[in-house]
Design a protein around this ligand. Structure first.
Ligand SMILES: [Fe+2]
Length: 510
């Protein structure tokens, strides 16, 4: 891994050079991350290979992602179909301990015992035996692989189409599926994208949702207490129905609104039923059609009790939002990563050989929603290919100044994510730390300094960015700790683990 420019307010000349240059990575390095996690570790002490682990970092970085991609020579069709594996990196006074465990889902246990693939996957993984073996098998395997968060005394492994799995926060031992003390019905959908409200209405809350999709779709918006004796308890719960098939992976919050972007997609389940496609491969975009913002009033907000506002959205497809906020004029501002189209891997394509140029790149765009006129303006904030963006969590739902996100090394085009960018939403200034040419980054997690979080007048960018990097040179994973303000490398820890590209993670302060 090399450290590329730590500051990249790049000149126009560099821009042009970067646009003309071909990709600087080796595909074999990129694809070498696709493998099974072969070991489970318990509280293994680690030391920094370079630099120093900041002594003020106190808490646990939890990460979730697919840890099993192949069984008996039969590969998943898409890595998102891999079984959930949790990594925990526990920081205390400059020391670090690593643990990792597969989530013992019912499907994982059954396949371990049988030592073969028994389930289809949502993103196109088929059981061996072709369409005949897969047709009419409409079971969902809850793979618990998308996000991992603390809620009260529970650690939850999340997968949006079904219920969470509860884990022991220390040992990562799977306790089993949880219905959150009766909040959820069996198999009820529970999003993998909860948002932490830092205290818009007093105490912090975890705000999340579940979607029941169909010709009419129902969104259930839930808010949970996260502190004090009530921690983990449901404190607000409302359901809303909308016309059309809802594909909602993420949402954003402001003090008054939960903001959903309903992409313009159609769902034709025939290929899934007949055993030819995964359920997600039956989604297709409706070219030329616009999606819709659904602004759902939050229970403690100024519009509580009112109907949701439905507002036409710009063209494009969105998985993830960076943040949303309400500005002084009352406009709702939503920053999201837009794709020109729904990026999907067709049934006959091997994901390890995908042509990046054939897929649209994600770009950070800002929508300003005028509630009075229902007008929406769109602004491109960052043309560079990006994903997995976050603000300082103390500024979630508010007018944050900075975002941190994973970006491609090149300034234009679609490439693997190899760098972490700090983006100044006010000035447009960028600072980039790069793992190129042999490193490939996961989602960055911004951890505010304990002195800075929530304290008025403290710099928003005081803290660290924690990121797992696939190191193609040693075919293993590194933890990289960056200074969130300068993006300078603070420490690199070579992990005794080889982790495939993961999905989401969260920071749990000590
Ligand atoms: Fe996501």
């Amino acid at each position: 891994m090399t450290v590329a420019p730590s500051r990249a307010s790049r000149s126009e000349g560099l821009d042009a050079a970067s646009a003309l240059a071909g990709p600087a990575y080796d595909r074999a390095d990129w694809s070498s991350a696709f493998r099974n996690v072969g070991v489970e570790l318990s509280a293994v002490p680690l030391v920094a290979t370079r630099g120093t682990i900041p002594s003020e970092l106190a808490g646990t970085l939890y990460r979730n992602g697919p840890g099993r991609l192949e069984r008996g020579g039969h590969w998943v069709h898409h890595p998102f179909d891999g079984d959930g594996m949790i990594t925990a990196l526990r920081f205390d006074a400059g020391t670090l301990q690593l643990s990792n465990r597969f989530v013992r889902t019912q499907g994982w246990l059954a396949e371990e015992e049988a030592d073969k693939v028994l389930y289809r996957g949502v993103f196109g993984t088929q059981k061996p035996g072709g369409p005949i073996a897969n047709a009419f098998d409409l079971r969902l395997k809850n793979i618990a692989n998308t996000q991992v968060v603390r809620l009260g005394d529970q650690l939850l492994a999340l997968w949006e189409a079904s219920s969470p799995h509860a884990l022991d926060p220390e040992t990562l031992e799977t306790k089993g599926i949880t219905l959150l003390d009766g909040v959820l019905k069996p198999d009820e959908a529970f999003s993998a994208h909860p948002r932490l409200d830092p205290g818009h209405h007093g105490e912090p809350r975890l705000v999340t949702f579940g979607v029941k999709a169909g010709p009419t779709s129902t969104v259930r918006l839930m808010e949970f207490a996260t502190t004090g004796e009530q921690a983990g308890q449901l404190i607000a719960d409302d359901s809303y129905s909308f016309k059309g098939f809802a594909f909602l992976h993420d949402f954003a919050i402001t003090p008054n609104w939960a903001v959903f972007l309903q992409n313009a997609v159609a769902f034709n389940p025939l290929g899934f039923v007949l055993g030819q496609k995964g359920a997600a491969q039956c989604l297709s975009s409706k070219p030329g059609q616009q999606g819709q913002f659904w602004l759902v009033p939050r229970a403690s907000g100024a519009f509580a009790g009112q109907k949701p506002r439905l507002i036409k959205a710009p063209e494009g497809f969105v998985f993830h939002h960076l943040n949303a906020f309400e500005d002084a004029s009352g406009e709702v501002v939503v920053d999201s990563i837009f794709y020109a189209d729904f990026p999907s891997i067709g049934p006959d394509v091997d994901f390890r050989t995908i042509d990046f140029d054939s897929l649209p790149e994600g770009q950070l765009k800002r929508c300003r929603i005028d509630l009075k006129t229902a007008g929406v303006s769109l602004e491109l904030l960052e043309p560079r290919c990006c994903e997995f963006a976050m603000v300082n969590p103390a500024h979630q739902g508010l007018a944050a100044r900075y975002g941190w996100m994973a970006v491609a090394e090149r300034e234009h085009g679609n490439d693997p994510l190899q760098a972490i960018e700090k983006f100044d939403l006010l000035s447009g200034e960028r600072r980039v730390w790069s793992a190129s040419p042999r490193g490939f980054v996961n989602e960055p997690v911004m951890v505010p300094s304990p002195q800075a979080s929530g304290a008025a007048g403290q710099p928003e960018d005081r803290g660290w960015v924690l990121v797992l990097v696939w190191n193609g040179a040693r075919c293993a994973s590194d933890l990289v700790i960056l200074d969130a303000a300068t993006m300078a490398e603070q420490a690199v820890v070579e992990l005794p683990l080889a982790l495939p590209y993961g999905l989401h993670g969260s920071w749990s302060p000590a």
